[in-house]
Ligand binder design. Structure first.
Ligand code: DAH
Length: 376
């Protein structure tokens, strides 16, 4: 815990991740993808036209994380179930969009922000509570749309699309792409870019034309802007064939030695991919329990995210997956039973029965004391 504050839900396992800055290591797959994207912006707009920021501190105010980008007061992302709160007014940022307003206020008009972001979430091979995003923003002056005789929003949207289609080609090579309408509180219109890669449609990024309210707040009410956000792990996993998101945190030489700055080739064509080394065996534990009854306001102490946090707190990165495998209702008792399977596996070594039993025991105890479940 960072503080003794009643609102604090940051576990030690999460707190320890702050400051690792994987995206700043030139030989790390996340650092490599970051540089490739920065290079694309240098090539497309001219060197250093876009300023890169990659050391903004991940603890931000709830104002920056939510209000400054117009996230509505009742949005689920504000709940302690989805977001890590340091105290009532400060959170671990859940997206790099948290920095849009402050950067604009500081006078930046073309910039990229890369950083670690934190979300309470389910546990599997593609989800980790800490991951990395890159945000891009570009502000237009009035002369730019007036000299072209077009509407500001059209100019912004068209340049946004061309720029990001170019970025997708820079990363994935000559692939099929499509734009899908989306919703984000901070942009209108909003859209997502998908590419057809290895047989399936893959969402690459979200973007849109920035809401005027944000620009007005920054004192830029006479301008227009576009913005985008993307997840680096997602891209690195598909481009380098990395099968498990936890590997990005591994210091195992068999992982780290396979990557070096400058190795990237668009679409991974003719590029050395990650060669998986043999995995250590998993250890499976099932846990069955009755869910607690709902509180008067309809909420329940138990949620899948809360369970995942309890497991992470006890197991750290030894947990590979937490999944619901059975659910039924006992009408007579008026209770619901769940059975979850927890898969433990280390990326680096064999696990012993004793250590997993001890972890599982702690998980079971905390499920009772923190989540109010009745074990079966
Ligand atoms: N913040 C969004 C997310 O975390 C990503 C995003 C979407 C950023 C659209 C943007 C944007 O700047 O315009 O899912």
């Amino acid at each position: 815990m960072i503080t003794g504050d009643a609102n604090n839900n940051v576990t030690d396992h999460i707190f320890e991740k702050i400051g690792h800055n994987l995206h700043k290591r030139p030989d790390h797959p996340l650092g490599i993808i970051k540089s490739v994207i920065e290079d694309y912006f240098d090539e497309t707009f001219g060197k250093d036209t876009f300023t890169s920021f990659d050391d903004l501190y991940p603890v931000v105010t709830t104002f920056a994380n939510f209000d400054s980008v117009l996230v509505p007061p009742d949005h689920v992302s504000r709940s302690a179930n989805d977001t890590y709160y340091v105290d009532a007014e400060n959170v671990l940022r859940c997206h790099t969009s948290a920095h849009q307003l402050e950067m604009l206020k500081d006078g930046a008009t073309k910039f990229l922000v890369t950083g670690d972001v934190y979300r309470r979430d389910s546990i599997d091979a593609t989800h980790f509570p800490v991951f990395h995003q890159m945000e891009g923003v570009r502000v237009f002056e009035k002369e730019e749309w007036e000299s072209k005789g077009v509407e500001a929003v059209d100019l912004a949207r068209d340049e946004l699309r061309t720029t990001l289609e170019g970025l997708a080609r820079h990363l994935f090579g000559d692939v099929e792409m499509r734009w899908v309408d989306a919703y984000f509180p901070f942009t209108e219109p909003s859209m997502e870019l998908e590419i057809f890669f290895k047989g399936e449609w893959l969402e690459v990024l979200g973007c849109g034309v920035m809401e005027m309210q944000i620009l007005e707040e920054a004192g830029l009410g006479d301008k227009r802007a576009w913005a985008f956000g993307l997840g680096l792990e997602r891209l690195a996993m598909v481009l380098f064939d990395v099968p498990d998101i936890r590997l990005f945190w591994s210091d195992d030489k068999r992982f780290t030695k396979q990557f070096e700055a400058g190795m990237f080739k668009a679409g991974g064509v003719d590029m050395r991919k990650f060669k998986p080394y043999s995995k250590y065996p998993p250890c499976l534990k099932d846990v069955s329990f009755w869910l607690p009854e709902n509180a008067e306001d309809g909420t329940n102490l138990f949620s899948e995210n809360n369970l995942c946090e309890v497991v992470r707190d006890a197991a750290g990165s030894l947990v590979e997956e937490v999944k619901l495998i059975d659910e039924f209702e006992n009408k007579k008792k008026g209770l619901t039973s769940n059975c979850f399977r927890i898969v433990y596996r280390s990326m680096e070594r064999s696990l012993t029965d004793e250590e997993i039993n001890a972890i599982q025991e702690k998980v079971r105890e905390n499920m009772v004391s923190k989540l109010g479940v009745e074990l079966r």
